[in-house]
Design a protein around this ligand. Sequence first.
Ligand SMILES: [Zn+2]
Length: 197
Amino acid sequence: MKSYHLCKEDYEEVKQRLSMRQVAEHYGRKVKRDGTCLCPFHNDTHPSMKIYPDDKGFYCWVCQKGGDVIKFVALLYGLKNEEACKRLIDDFSLPIHISDLTYKEKRERQKQREREKELRRFREDAYSVLKGYWLLLTEATLDCMDWHFEEALQELPVVEYRLQCLRECPEEYFADREAVRRLGEIQRRIAGWYDRP
Ligand SMILES: [Zn+2]
C-alpha cells in the first residue's frame, strides 16, 4: 500500500469516478438488473443488498450495512477508509492524487475525463445499435421463410462477436474506424428493416 496521505478531494474524486455497481462487480458481486445482489457481509442466499438508484451507494436490509464505494471496500477487507480508498485507486488504476498535481497534470486529467466520457457515450450508443440488430436477427432465425433468414444466419455470430468486443475492450472498438463505420451501416439497416428490397 502506498504511503501517501489522501486529501478530502481525493475521496470525492474516487467516489465520483466509480459507480457502486462497477465496484460491487469488480469485487465479485453479481448485480442484477434491478440493482440487487447477494450481500457479502452476512450469509446471504437471497439478494438482500440494494444498490442505490444513483449508483453511488449500497444498503443491505438484512444486516443493515450500507455506505458508499469506499465503505464497501473497507467492510469487505476490514480496512480503514483511507486504506480502502487507496485500494480502489490501485485496483482501478485511478490517476488520482490531486494534492500533488501540477496545473499541467490537472489539465491532462481533465482531458482524460472527457475522453472517458466520450467513450462511455460511444459504448452506450454502440450497445443499443448492436443489441437492436441482434434482436431483429434472432427473430429472423426462427423462421426459415423470413426474408432476413440468410442474413440472420450470417450476421448473428458477427454481431455477437462485436457485442463481446464492446464489453471487453470498448477502447479498441472505439479506435477501430472501420468497426465504427459499420455501426452506422447497421443503424441504417435497422431503420430499413421492414422495407422490402
Ligand atoms: Zn447483509
